[in-house]
Design a protein around this ligand. Structure first.
Ligand SMILES: Nc1ncnc2c1ncn2[C@@H]1O[C@H](COP(=O)(O)OP(=O)(O)OP(=O)(O)O)[C@@H](O)[C@H]1O
Length: 227
C-alpha cells in the first residue's frame, strides 16, 4: 500500500442528528490528492462530525463525499467499511484503543484488514513508529498508558497502514510542546513522502500553519476557507 492519496470532493453535505437537526452543512469543499487540510473552530462546532463523515462513519448524511471515484454517501455500510479499512487511517479524538491489547497490537491493527502480504510491513512500521514516538511497548496494556502515550499509539495506528487518506482529530492535543512537535514532524514527513491526503482537526496553531489549507467551522457551517 502507500503511494498516492485520493482527492476529496464534497458537495451539498448535510449531517443531521437523530431528531433531524442539521449538525453540519458543507455546500462545497475540495482537496487535491496529497493535499493537507486543517479544520479549526470552537468546541461543539461540528469538526469531529465532519471527520466522521469523511471516514464514512456518519449514517444520517445527505449529499456527496467523493474520495476519488468513490462516493461514500452512495455506498452501503459493508462496502463503506471495506473502503475505510483499505484507504483510511484515523486518529480518533478519544483514541478508541483496544484496552486489553498492548501498544504494538493496537498500532498494528490495520494488519487485520489488509491482505496477508502487507501484514509484516504494517507490524514493522508500527514497531518503528512506537519506538520513534517513545512509547515503550513491552508487556504493557492500554490502561497502564498515560493520555499522551495513548495519543501516540493512536497516531502510530493511523499511520502504520500507510493508507491513502489520513484523518486526525486533534492529534497533538495531549502532548507537551516538544513531543507534539516531533510527532507532527514525523506525521507530515510521512504524509508528504507518500502523497497521503490529510485532514486534521486541531486547535494547534503549529499544526494548522503547516497545512496547505485551513477551514473554520462555526455552528455547523463552514465560515471561512483560505488557501
Ligand atoms: N449523533 C449525534 N446526535 C446529536 N447531536 C450530536 C451527535 N453528534 C454530535 N452531536 C452534536 O453536534 C455538535 C457538533 O459536535 P462535534 O463533536 O462535531 O463538535 P467539535 O467541533 O468536534 O467539538 P470539540 O472541539 O469539542 O471536539 C455538538 O453540538 C454535538 O453535541
Amino acid at each position: 500500500m502507500g503511494g498516492e492519496g485520493l482527492p476529496l470532493a464534497i458537495e451539498d453535505l448535510e449531517v443531521r442528528s437523530t431528531d433531524g437537526r442539521v449538525l453540519l452543512s458543507v455546500p462545497r469543499l475540495e482537496l487535491p490528492a496529497g493535499g493537507t487540510l486543517g479544520i479549526r473552530g470552537p468546541s461543539g462546532a461540528g469538526k469531529s462530525t465532519l471527520l466522521f463523515a469523511l471516514a464514512g462513519l456518519q449514517d444520517r448524511m445527505t449529499g456527496r463525499i467523493r474520495w476519488g471515484d468513490t462516493d461514500l454517501g452512495a455506498l452501503r455500510s459493508g462496502p463503506r467499511t471495506a473502503f475505510r479499512a483499505l484507504h483510511v487511517g484515523i486518529v480518533f479524538q478519544d483514541f478508541l484503543l483496544f484496552e486489553e491489547l498492548g501498544p504494538l497490537a493496537n498500532a498494528s491493527l490495520a494488519a487485520m484488514y489488509r491482505p496477508r502480504a502487507e501484514r509484516p510491513g504494517i507490524r514493522d512500521r508500527a514497531r518503528r513508529l512506537l519506538r520513534r514516538f517513545g512509547v515503550d511497548e513491552d508487556g504493557r496494556t492500554v490502561p497502564t498508558l498515560s493520555g499522551g502515550e495513548r495519543q501516540r499509539v493512536a497516531v502510530a495506528r493511523a499511520m502504520s497502514g500507510d493508507a491513502a487518506i489520513l484523518l486526525a482529530d486533534e492529534p497533538t492535543a495531549n502532548l507537551d510542546r516538544d513531543t507534539g512537535e516531533r510527532l507532527l514532524a514525523d506525521l507530515l514527513a510521512r504524509v508528504r513522502e507518500n502523497g497521503t491526503t490529510l485532514v486534521a482537526v486541531s486547535h494547534d496553531d503549529r499544526l494548522l500553519a503547516r497545512m496547505d489549507r485551513v477551514v473554520k467551522i462555526v455552528d455547523g457551517q463552514m465560515v471561512s476557507a483560505h488557501a
